[in-house]
Design a protein around this ligand. Structure first.
Ligand code: NAP
Length: 483
């Protein structure tokens, strides 16, 4: 066993360890199909140990208080900054996402730790004038152990950036990084071992249906935070309900509409449609606006110019700063994306750009496909209804706003939406009627830390990235003091 990064260890009960079984999980560079490293393949025995450690560490972590925990979060952020180049190298090689964008992920992880370190005093209670002969008050308390299960597109950010709120709220953690891109979790393990008290953070690498399920079902884990697909979210809800009454947040998939009105500047709309697809992550972003809904009067113009922009995308090695897009994250996911490209053709959409493997020696191996645009897509097609989570954009026509809204709201999802118009009333009316949790007017793709991110309908439960996220890791208690 070798690979560029070798055999890496994971963090359980304050120590960097191998798995109890001695088994390893290999990780592949999706640009070359080379094995680049290994992490311990954890199973239920490791889960038992990690959760027991997290339970044992919980009271002292809670009692460290807001200022003590904030200091630890800030120290984590400082250590991440020191090792940011190393983290970036491993994350880019392991995910296949481009270096420019992934640099942002390291920054967002630091930003999240700093943000929640500063919000501790907002975990306030209330006094309520419910009777004259009592003081009625509420306090907020942590759950104890939080289980966090995350997907492959932002491994570090979701594993550690997403742990900032539960840690600040006074919980301890058991984190399951993604199976396909687990390597950065080893550096995270080292940093957490050095900064946090023993048992506060535990990292269980492995396969979702095994170790993920073990975390969800464990009676010692009372709060679960899941980011991933709708089918897995549903499986987690079922598994959690079979074992106990648990608190869950689910940040799930999207098939997000960008609605373009006829009064827009066409060049701006084309740029927005391109940016909204997040090709630098190979479209693998839950918030990608993968359904482009363009008014009939400008449809042909927008789609033709967009096809030319997409055709010009420079594919290349993810670590090369000039690459605009890398490979798809894993073999299984690559095959899924190719399957949807075939569905688009079978269902009668017009392939306007991409849809093929790029030419050239660089792309002889690896999970490469050119960014893809389908035109003349209708709402009944599979590429219009189902999340592909890849670099495949479906362009649909509409001729009146009711039709646009019907198409926009006609899927099971409700994560993000983008509205392009220069008319304020049209923008606000549309924003009110679109069934999405995070809406850009004349924007796309960006996240604004401090504002609540999350989905309606099957796109999830709960809101991240703001104060709501911090409070969601606390439980309220009412105390009545007789006067
Ligand atoms: P996924 O297949 O649902 O996996 C997500 C995580 O769940 C992985 O760690 C996976 O483990 C684990 N898992 C799988 N089965 C499990 C089970 N039965 N019990 C417990 N854990 C289980 O999703 P993905 O393909 O990695 O990621 C893509 C999806 O995530 C897309 O739908 C995307 O839209 C969504 N996403 C949503 C957001 C958001 O904020 N709303 C953000 C990013 C991504 P393995 O790695 O072993 O499969």
């Amino acid at each position: 066993m070798s690979g560029r990064f070798g055999k890496l260890k994971t963090l359980i009960d304050g120590e960097l360890v191998e798995s109890a079984s001695g088994q390893w999980l290999e990780s592949v560079d999706p640009a070359t199909e080379q094995v680049i490293g290994y992490v311990p393949l954890c199973d239920r025995a490791d889960a038992e140990r990690a959760i027991a450690a997290a339970q044992a560490a919980a009271p002292a972590w809670r009692d460290l208080g807001v200022a003590g925990r904030a200091a630890k979060l800030r120290e984590l952020a400082a250590r991440l900054l020191e090792r940011s180049q190393e983290l970036l190298d491993i994350e880019v090689a392991d995910t296949g996402s481009t270096v420019g964008k992934m640099r942002g992920d390291v920054g967002h992880t630091i930003g999240s730790l700093e943000q929640y370190a500063g919000l501790g005093l907002e975990m306030k209670g209330e006094t309520i004038p419910a009777s004259v002969n009592h003081l009625h008050m509420t306090v907020r308390q942590p759950f104890g152990v939080v289980g966090r299960i995350v997907p492959f597109n932002h491994p570090l950010y979701f594993s550690l950036g997403g742990s900032a709120a539960p840690l600040m709220a006074g919980n301890t953690l058991v984190v399951k990084p993604p199976e396909q891109s687990p390597l950065s979790s080893a550096i995270m393990s080292e940093i957490c071992r050095d900064v946090l008290p023993k048992g506060v953070m535990n990292v269980l690498n492995g396969v979702g249906a095994g170790i993920g399920d073990a975390i969800v079902r464990h009676p010692g884990v009372r709060r679960i935070a899941f980011i991933g697909s709708v089918p897995t979210g549903l499986a987690i809800q079922r598994a959690a309900a079979e074992s106990a009454v648990k608190h869950l947040t689910l940040e799930l998939g999207g098939k997000n509409p960008m609605i373009v009105f006829p009064d827009v500047d066409i060049d701006q709309a084309v740029t927005a449609a391109f940016q909204g697809m997040n090709f630098a992550w190979s479209g693998q972003s839950c918030g990608s606006t993968s359904r482009l809904l363009v008014h009939d009067s400008i449809y042909d113009d927008v789609v033709q110019r967009l096809a030319a922009r997409i055709d010009a995308v420079k594919l290349g090695m993810p670590a090369d700063p000039s690459s605009e897009m890398g490979p798809i994250n894993s073999k299984a996911h690559y095959e899924r994306v190719l399957r949807y490209i075939e569905y688009g053709k079978e269902d009668g959409a017009t392939l306007m750009a991409g849809g093929v493997r790029p030419d050239g020696d660089d792309f002889a191996r690896g999970y490469w496909v050119r960014p893809t645009l389908f035109g003349n897509v209708t709402p009944d097609m599979r590429i219009a209804k189902e999340e592909i989570f890849g670099p495949v954009l479906s362009a649909l026509r509409w001729s009146n706003i009711d039709e646009a809204l019907r198409i926009a709201n006609g899927t099971e999802y409700g994560l993000t939406a983008s509205i392009w118009t220069n008319d304020l009333k049209t923008a606000l009316r549309t924003a009110q009627k679109v069934e999405s949790g995070y809406i850009w007017v004349n924007g796309a793709s960006s996240h604004h830390r401090g504002t609540p991110f999350g989905g309606l309908k099957n796109s999830g439960i709960g809101r991240d990235e703001g104060l709501e996220e911090l409070l969601s890791y606390t439980e309220q208690k009412a105390i009545h003091i007789a006067l």
